[in-house]
Design a protein around this ligand. Structure first.
Ligand SMILES: Cc1ncc(COP(=O)(O)O)c(C=O)c1O
Length: 413
């Protein structure tokens, strides 16, 4: 007879997050997550890069941190310093950058440096679920600021800051995804960035700028980073190679004043992020980043067009959306009676995975009938088929869409 399984439960400390669910595989039609287009991973270039860099520097793997120190592989930080200067106007050197294990680790390090339970932060009303969940878990009060076509609304931010001040609350930071916002796809114009900095300064609240989609803009034109426009070091800027190269590599970075970087380094107790990934990225990106990105965005744009066409065809006017200026997501509004949390459950049983709006928003009423669709990872065929199945499920559950393209819709046989 097998011995009874050891029971760890009485040993678990209080305050652990709920246990993770086992992974059950990707849905047949997966519109979830921030995954990239598998066809666009530059596999050949990465193979050449890994060969070249390992032949030249493989023996440095014998040392924690590759003899580059705890901030990460120096050639990668040098690449980033030059890229950030050229693309985003950020004047920083390689010593102002900390390489981390994906920008998720950046979120953790910034949060653990600045936040305690009961603190207040300001975020965009619709925002990255990973950021939102972290704040909830930390017991932090996240105040959402509504967005419009140009991103976070500065009038709303100004009144929220004034109201919080009246109540004696100084928020710990203003978190923003200003350049191709997740999930709305908006880009905060330069004038709003200047206004954001003005408000940040007058209320003494730093800005946490998450720029991980900034490379994926259709016309390649971006405003300067908020970090680049700040004169007083009040901006912590983070970015990632997840969206431009591949998310499974787990390489991101933080640009911040040493006063903050030194605190984050003290909390980064993993003896350095994966070295091979950093070496390969530095080798590949130095030679190929600027030619890779326009190819990637052209491909993503074609998939976005496919998704918008499929939605127009299958949902007609029942699906409303603003065309995003770049990125990998479409933020969609369905009729008010559609509860996207329920739609998510029903669609999943038919093999279609979507991100329901309430998981990406501080305003559960506003996001009740909204959803986020990632168009980067499914193929164009999967996009067309998946949207058709989603429309069928939505009709069955909520009675919409009623019509498509002026033709009465009949249930699929
Ligand atoms: C806004 C935003 N920040 C951070 C991340 C985390 O990305 P990674 O840890 O892969 O760099 C994501 C991922 O989708 C994101 O959308």
């Amino acid at each position: 007879m097998a011995a009874p399984a050891f029971d760890f439960t009485p040993l678990l400390p209080a305050g652990l997050p709920p246990p993770a669910a086992r992974w059950t595989g990707l849905a047949k039609f997966s519109f979830v997550g921030g995954n990239n287009d598998p066809e666009q991973v530059p596999v050949e270039g990465l193979i050449d890069a890994v060969n070249a860099v390992l032949k030249r520097e493989g023996r440095t793997l014998a040392t924690y941190g590759l003899a580059s120190g705890p901030q990460g592989y120096r050639p990668l930080r040098e690449f980033l310093a030059a890229k950030l200067k050229h693309d985003a106007g950020i004047a920083c050197g390689s010593d102002d950058i900390l390489i981390v294990s994906g920008s998720l680790q950046a979120l953790d390090l910034v949060n653990h440096t600045l936040l305690a339970p009961g603190d207040t932060v300001i975020i965009e009303q619709e925002t990255y679920q990973g950021a939102l969940n972290r704040l909830t878990r930390l017991g932090v009060n996240a105040v959402g600021i509504p967005l419009d076509r140009d991103g976070m609304r500065m009038d709303a931010l100004a009144s929220t800051l004034a109201e919080l001040k009246r109540r004696g609350i100084r928020p710990k930071y203003i978190y923003t995804i200003p350049t191709v916002q997740n999930p709305t796809g908006t880009i905060l114009p330069e004038a709003r960035r200047a206004e954001l900095l003005r408000l940040s300064e007058s209320y003494g609240v730093p800005i946490f700028e998450d720029d991980c989609y900034a490379d994926l803009i259709w016309d390649g034109k971006r405003p300067p980073a908020i970090h680049a426009m700040a004169g007083n070091g009040c901006v912590i800027h983070i970015g990632s190679f997840s969206k431009s190269i591949a998310p499974a590599l787990r390489v991101g970075f933080i640009v911040a004043p040493w006063e903050m970087l030194s605190r984050m380094l003290a909390l980064k107790t993993d003896a350095g992020s994966g070295a091979l990934e950093q070496m390969v990225l530095a080798e590949y990106c130095g030679a190929h980043f600027t030619s890779h990105v326009p190819k990637l965005t052209r491909g993503l744009r074609v998939k976005l067009d496919t998704l918008m066409e499929a939605l127009n065809e299958q949902f007609g006017t029942a699906a409303e959306f603003e065309e995003p200026k770049g990125g990998i997501f479409l933020w969609v509004k369905l009729p008010d009676n559609v509860d996207t949390l329920r739609l998510y459950q029903a669609a999943l049983t038919e093999g279609v995975a979507i991100n329901p709006g309430p998981e990406w928003s501080t305003n559960k009423v506003h996001s009740h009938s909204r959803l986020r669709l990632c168009f980067a990872s499914p193929s164009r065929e999967q996009i067309r088929e998946g949207v058709a199945v989603l429309a069928d499920v939505c009709r069955r559950e909520f009675g919409v869409p009623v019509r498509i393209a002026n033709v009465e819709r009949h249930a699929r046989g």
